[in-house]
Design a protein around this ligand. Structure first.
Ligand SMILES: NC(=O)c1ccc[n+]([C@@H]2O[C@H](COP(=O)([O-])OP(=O)(O)OC[C@H]3O[C@@H](n4cnc5c(N)ncnc54)[C@H](OP(=O)(O)O)[C@@H]3O)[C@@H](O)[C@H]2O)c1
Length: 313
């Protein structure tokens, strides 16, 4: 017993001598290979015995759209506490100013710039260019988006369809198109976009929302192919149900709080901060590691339509 413990501590190189010293017969030792390597050799997995800090992103600049609420807002807070300077984008200027004040109070060292505007509006892009934002962005999180309605095809509201396609697709595409050339010029960067489980599977009542997120996933895959040789990281964030901390379902059901609450009835959905934590993990990976797809689901949700509603709390 003592001998085998000692052997395993000493490692393979020490086996024959140690075994003999512990009383093993010469015949038993003879069947062991004569190892010539040192007992403990440096290996790439050695770090796993002493987990390293994640990559520092202090001093980097992150542009986040859709950060007046939800996933974008939670991610902005996490990036700020990691030392990132921020450019905050959404339509509601007052919500962005509130967030800026909160971040300034809690993380005084980081710079926060508010650029209020609609991701479909030329004026937003003019402001970003005037502030030379594309020249500064290291991390671009195209997160602004929404679902509008749950009508099936044949009874849909065309303005809802247009609103989703504009914000979820063209808004993200245009912003990435604006910032990418400067990232490439500076030799690197990280582009993330919030897709969805709806970008991986379709469901009844979600035709155009699902179509918009499938299109976003396809765009990001093409972007990955176009940029992997340019030191640009590309990540799709694809959550399932995210409730707490977001306005997603209230927006989808146009202010109908009862319908919004019913979405998460008897299940424990994700919080905005759960998704933000995953985004932070992805952006803090070592330089040679790209997280292509972050699919994050509540434990209670197996797929877009497989939902376990048995919690009573
Ligand atoms: N919640 C979920 O279950 C879930 C699941 C999967 C994916 N997602 C995706 O996650 C992203 C964030 O949603 P969320 O859940 O955090 O919902 P949220 O709380 O409603 O946040 C959406 C954000 O997007 C902004 N936004 C919407 N349209 C915009 C536009 N045209 N221009 C600029 N900003 C716009 C909103 O701000 P303003 O109103 O101030 O402009 C808000 O800050 C979306 O892309 C959504 O599709 C959500």
């Amino acid at each position: 017993m003592f001998a085998s413990r000692l052997l395993s501590r000493l490692g393979r190189a020490a086996v024959p001598t140690a075994a003999l010293a512990c009383g093993a017969t010469a015949a038993a030792v003879a069947v062991l290979p004569a190892w010539s390597e040192p007992a403990v050799k440096a290996q790439s997995w050695d770090t796993m015995f002493n987990l390293p800090e994640q990559k520092s992103i202090a001093g980097k600049t992150a542009l986040i759209t859709g950060c007046s609420a939800g996933i974008g807002k939670a991610t902005a807070c996490g990036l700020a506490s990691s030392g990132c300077n921020l450019v905050l984008v959404a339509r509601r200027a007052e919500k962005l100013e509130e967030l800026k004040a909160e971040i300034n109070r809690r993380v005084p060292g980081v710079s926060v710039t508010v650029v209020a505007g609609d991701v479909n509006d030329d004026a937003l892009y003019e402001k970003l260019v005037a502030l030379k934002v594309p020249q500064k962005v290291d991390i671009l999180f195209a997160n602004a988006g929404l679902a509008l309605g749950k009508e099936t095809v044949g009874s849909a509201d065309l303005s809802d369809w247009k609103g989703m396609m504009d914000a979820n697709c063209l808004g993200a595409f245009r912003l990435i198109d604006l910032c990418l050339p400067e990232m490439v010029k500076r030799g690197g960067g990280h582009v993330l976009a919030t897709g969805s489980i709806a970008g991986l599977e379709s469901y009844e009542g979600g035709s155009v929302y699902c179509a918009s997120k499938h299109a976003l996933h396809a765009f990001m895959k093409a972007l990955r192919f176009e940029t992997y040789a340019k030191n640009i990281k590309v990540t799709v964030v694809a959550p399932g149900f995210v409730g707490e901390g977001t306005e997603f379902s209230e927006v989808r059901f146009k202010g109908d709080k009862a319908k919004a609450v019913a979405t998460y009835e008897n299940l424990k959905e994700l919080r905005a901060s759960d998704v933000a934590a995953q985004v932070l993990w992805a952006v803090r990976q070592p330089d040679h590691v790209n997280v292509d797809l972050l699919q994050v689901m509540p434990t209670d949700q197996g797929s877009a339509q497989r939902i376990h509603r048995a919690r009573r709390s």
